[in-house]
Design a protein around this ligand. Structure first.
Ligand SMILES: [Zn+2]
Ligand SMILES: [Zn+2]
Length: 450
């Protein structure tokens, strides 16, 4: 079954509106570098390269990762469908791509079994092929999963990649999540140093992940010289761009390496971290959710079933972080600290704002219709959310215009309600509290909720 949100009903590729994105396009480029193909486990079949390009334009993304490049079928599509730009990037229908994938490092280190997801980028097709061969050689089943399990530690992975081509980029993915995060409570480490050892200099940055934001990472001294990156980890097309990094400088492979090394980043776009699935500690089955303060007072054992709780991202940040950081929001709505680090802004997806404003489910025709009207009028979702004048927004959707404009203004101002997620349960973010939201019709549940 294909999802119903493909754009055909609204406008075909040929009639895509021109992207006008004010200041963003001139000095920097918008990148989503954690993407999957239909060949990774539990991802949408609609994730073709063509659809990724269509949705990148809807969202306002300039540079996408291909995702899953060790998968033989997907690698073949990359080779045949994308055009080599000669600068380490590739293109399709005006959207740039970088060769990127996610690998699950599964190896024993210091007497414990570790499972760490890492994002890996290759400078050219030759390096991409050699990485595939090396991973297959280590026993990975490349055809079985677009995000294959490789039987080596993250340190061994970095060493292998540097031998293949020292321009390869390695970034621990969703660094704080309990499972698969480099700092995760279940199978992670207490420091990058402990994980990567003498290979640490080759690690360009970390992906902060949905449950954390840069401010939380600013408390960790060993991250001072690492780029803090945010990407969507989308398993379906509409989830693309839910987190993004806006890099400064030349959009080329070399430019990307440089921007990461120098932290030359305009800003990142973040989930409200409370919305992530592992923000607080807790036990999903028992309905128990603990903040770090609660853990300090009541301990790590679930009061309902007496088992150990899943320790969330906030708890790990409290354990690993070593200094308080004071943040403020500047006149552009960017969250900063006086530490010279790139700022960030937290957003809610446009489809969710529309759903709440209109009182219909995200996947309903009305919400999808309004989404495409707004994007068409303003050029891209990111423009709608960040910078489109309210008059433009209101005239694009006459029916619920006022309410929708109010919702977007509230998100821009950070004036929303959040209930933290825990132990695999997404947090709840609401633009309006329940009593003020439009009455709800039953939601058509998306089968691809990540
Ligand atoms: Zn992952
Ligand atoms: Zn329990």
């Amino acid at each position: 079954m294909g999802e119903t949100y493909l754009v055909d009903d609204h406008y075909g590729q040929a009639e895509m509106p021109p992207v006008r994105r004010g200041t963003i396009a001139r000095v920097s480029y918008v990148a989503d570098l954690h993407i999957h193909s239909p060949y990774a486990i539990s991802t949408s079949r609609d994730l073709s390269l063509e659809n990724l390009a269509v949705w990148a334009k809807l969202k306002g993304i300039d540079l996408l990762a291909t995702g899953d490049f060790t998968h033989p079928v997907w690698a073949n599509e990359i080779r045949t469908k994308l055009t080599d730009s000669g600068d380490g990037l590739f293109s399709l229908d005006g959207v740039k791509f970088v060769l990127g994938t996610e690998l699950n490092c599964n190896g024993r280190q210091d007497g414990r079994s570790r499972r760490i997801h890492t994002l890996v980028f290759a400078p050219d097709l030759g390096a991409m092929d050699r990485i595939g061969k090396a991973m297959a050689g280590s026993g990975a089943s490349l055809a079985g999963d677009g995000r294959p399990t490789v039987h080596m530690t993250p340190r061994e992975l970095v060493e292998t990649l540097m031998e293949i081509d020292d321009r390869c980029i390695v970034i621990p993915a969703h660094a704080w999540t309990p499972w698969f995060g480099v700092y995760g409570s279940k199978s992670g480490f207490d420091s990058l140093e402990e994980c990567f050892g003498d290979m640490l200099d080759h690690v360009a940055g970390i992906e902060t992940g949905l449950s954390s934001d840069p401010a939380m990472c600013w408390t960790v001294p060993e991250l001072d010289d690492k780029a803090l990156l945010s990407f969507s980890d989308a398993h379906s097309l509409p989830k693309m761009s839910r987190e993004l990094t806006v890099f400064n400088g030349e959009p080329s492979y070399e430019g990307l390496v440089k921007a990461m090394a120098e932290q030359d980043i305009a800003y990142t776009v973040e989930f409200f971290p409370e919305e992530g699935k592992y923000h607080y500690s807790g036990h999903r089955k028992c309905g128990v959710s603990y903040s770090p303060d609660d853990v300090a007072r009541y301990g790590r054992v679930c009061p309902s079933c007496a088992r150990r709780m899943t320790l969330g991202v906030m708890q790990r940040v409290a354990e690993v972080g070593a200094r308080p950081v004071e943040t403020y929001v500047d006149e552009q709505g960017l969250t900063r600290a006086d530490n010279g680090r790139p700022p960030f802004r937290s957003l809610v997806s446009l489809q969710q704002i529309l759903s709440e404003a209109m009182g219909f489910g995200v996947n309903t025709k009305r919400v999808q219709g309004a989404y495409h009207e707004l994007v068409k009028a303003c050029g891209a979702e990111l423009t709608v959310l960040l910078e489109a004048p309210t008059d433009d927004l209101a005239s694009a959707v006459p029916q619920h215009g006022e309410r929708i404009v109010e919702g977007i203004a509230k998100v821009r101002a950070g004036d929303i309600f959040v209930e933290p997620g825990f132990d695999g349960q997404f947090g709840k973010v609401q633009v309006w509290p329940d009593e003020m939201a439009a009455p709800r019709r039953p939601l058509a549940q998306s089968r691809m909720e990540l």
